[in-house]
Write a protein that binds this ligand. Structure first.
Ligand SMILES: Nc1ncnc2c1ncn2[C@@H]1O[C@H](COP(=O)(O)OP(=O)(O)OP(=O)(O)O)[C@@H](O)[C@H]1O
Length: 244
């Protein structure tokens, strides 16, 4: 049973002459699955990750089910329900972990404190789990340091540990390897996918690096844009259509 399932999710943005529509006819992520999201610059990869991660409001009419079995529910109606925003924030904190492109770490906290932060925010403090992630990601020797003392690759590993520390169902990573050299990128991707799989979390990772995605044999999803009179409509293609 998928841990995330969408149907007919969409959003349109307009400013002046510009109009951009993102369409997601269908997307499913299974527990432990690693999926890759590709698409040229400006095709809406970040927007899609924000929609799925409950950071951006989709148009009414779509459906976004997150969780498994009894806890799975359509979260789209919460955007317009009374008190819905705080329930969305709670669901976001509990169900999702985020790995941003540049780490997004708190500069005044140590590595260990950064990793524990997601747990604190979601009310799921678990020192043993945090310590295990720090060890697995090779961060033991730098656990007491602040992020500015680390390499970019180390910071990205802290970001991966932080995203997984509270036991999310889904990890959303927006170009997590873009700032890394090829070797560090491959290492970070292996750790992200391997650690998420070990915890049963699904991962959706956007990347421009097709070779890297191929190397890790991720399920592929691709955003394909079409322009009509200045209105760009970008549609998510999955499976064989994504490879075409
Ligand atoms: N207010 C707006 N009105 C119209 N179009 C917008 C608006 N805000 C953003 N856009 C467009 O939305 C599209 C999606 O942007 P997004 O950042 O999600 O793309 P991306 O695929 O992540 O790009 P990149 O790979 O360069 O990071 C872009 O083409 C952008 O120009």
């Amino acid at each position: 049973m998928p841990v995330l399932l969408t149907r007919n999710l969409g959003v349109t943005l307009a400013d002046g002459e510009r109009r951009f529509t993102l369409r997601v006819p269908e997307l499913a992520l299974e527990p432990g699955e690693a999926a890759g999201l590709t698409g040229a610059s400006g095709t809406g990869k970040t927007m899609l990750l924000e929609l799925l991660g409950l950071l951006r409001r989709p148009e009414a009419g779509g459906c976004l089910l997150v969780g498994t079995d009894a806890e799975a529910r359509d979260l789209v109606p919460l955007w317009s329900a009374r008190g819905g925003r705080s329930r969305l924030a709670a669901a976001r904190g509990r169900l999702f972990g985020f790995v941003p492109q540049s780490g997004g770490l708190m500069p005044f906290l140590t590595v260990a404190q950064n990793v524990a932060l997601g747990q604190r925010i979601s009310g799921r403090e678990d020192a043993a789990r945090a310590a295990a992630l720090i060890a697995r990601l090779g961060l033991g020797p730098v656990a007491g340091l602040r992020p500015d003392r680390l390499s970019i690759g180390q910071r990205q590993r802290v970001s991966i540990a932080r995203a997984l520390a509270h036991g999310p169902r889904i990890v959303i990573a927006d170009e997590p390897t873009a700032a890394l050299d090829p070797e560090a990128a491959a290492e970070a991707m292996a750790l992200l996918i391997g650690t998420a799989a070990a915890t049963g979390a699904a991962v959706l990772v956007s990347s421009h690096d097709h070779d890297l995605l191929d190397r890790f044999a991720l399920t592929r999803h691709r955003l394909v844009p079409e322009a009509r009179d200045g209105h760009v409509v970008s549609t998510l293609r999955t499976g064989a259509e994504a490879a075409a």
